[in-house]
Ligand binder design. Structure first.
Ligand SMILES: [Fe+2]
Ligand SMILES: [Fe+2]
Length: 314
């Protein structure tokens, strides 16, 4: 009964638009759902460094190399920021990393696709960061204080990522026929996986209703996907690119672009670990973790030494 009363009180706080802070009472399921969602988000930022990081050494100019380096570094910052925000819910970073490396935790399926050409880097900035902004602008209003504040900061950087991606896409779309072909090819390969980033249809998304009730999300997967399509179709057409969807059609009645059906078999196969790059991504993360062991150990030893010296000085 007590549990039920606290649920009602909790719901009232949410409905009043109050933020929930780490030390506040919260239903266990709210805590669990947020840990799942936020750690998954943190993992996505970290694994998301791999496909683009792959092109840093081959960037076509010093300017592009510097921009890409900063972008990938920003993503590392987002990951670390989000791990800290998730720790406020009572899970340690070690535990989260362990869940990622043992395959218990998921990360966004988009990062299991390969980056085959330099144009992929631009299209990721434009489409993948573009999709991330749509999702994260909503999450900036999330009911959990630390998540919402993290999103406000992160969104500012994501919007810069998207602009630099689109600027490169526009440059290449206005270039030679070879460049145009290269950027169109990247769009053809990334468009559908980006649409999948918003997750299953609302009727197949068991967590959605609960997350909306608790104010963690305020829009459904399909609503977010539709706003992504509307915005990016216009941006593609503005620079003369085509969207690889024969069913794409502007619906005058709804004012939105209607689009074709996503290949859900592909989506689930990638989610289950069988995408083109799943194994390689996890291998790279495990190696990075192993290679960083001495740094973590040295940092811990240094912190111990500092503590001892502080105690001695007392
Ligand atoms: Fe990010
Ligand atoms: Fe980004």
């Amino acid at each position: 009964m007590e549990e039920q009363i606290s649920h009602i009180e909790f719901q009232q706080r949410i409905d009043n638009g109050e933020k929930i802070e780490p030390k506040d009472r919260m239903p266990e399921r709210y805590r669990k759902q947020l840990i799942r969602m936020m750690s998954q988000h943190a993992h996505s930022e970290i694994v998301g460094m791999l496909p683009e990081g792959n092109w840093i050494t081959r960037a076509p100019s010093l300017k592009r190399k510097m921009i890409l380096l900063s972008k990938v570094q920003d993503e590392a910052g987002h990951g670390l920021y989000l791990y800290s925000a998730t720790e406020t819910l009572g899970i340690s970073r070690d535990e989260m990393i362990n869940q990622l490396l043992t395959g218990q935790a998921k990360y966004s399926s988009i990062f299991n696709y390969p980056t085959l050409s330099w144009a992929d880097v631009m299209v990721i900035g434009w489409l993948v960061d573009g999709a991330a902004i749509i999702n994260q602008t909503m999450l900036a209003r999330s009911s959990y204080g630390p998540y919402s504040r993290a999103m406000i900061r992160i969104c500012k950087e994501e919007s810069f990522h998207k602009k630099q991606g689109y600027e490169m896409v526009a440059t290449m779309a206005g270039g030679t026929p070879e460049q145009q072909e290269m950027v169109q090819d990247a769009v053809n390969r990334w468009w559908w996986p980006t649409l999948m980033m918003f997750g299953p249809h609302d009727n197949d998304s068991p967590n959605s209703a609960e997350l909306i009730k608790w104010g963690v999300k305020s829009k459904t997967n399909d609503e977010l996907r539709q706003s992504f399509v509307d915005r990016h179709v216009a941006e593609a057409h503005a620079v003369g690119l085509e969207i690889p969807d024969p069913d794409l059609k502007f619906n005058k009645e709804t004012g939105h672009w209607d689009f074709g059906e996503i290949d859900w078999d592909e989506f689930w196969s990638v989610v289950k670990g069988n995408g083109p790059m799943n194994r390689e991504r996890m291998k790279a993360r495990r190696e990075a973790h192993e290679n960083g062991r001495w740094v973590r150990e040295a940092a811990e030893a240094y912190a111990r030494k500092q503590r001892l010296e502080e105690e001695k000085a007392l």
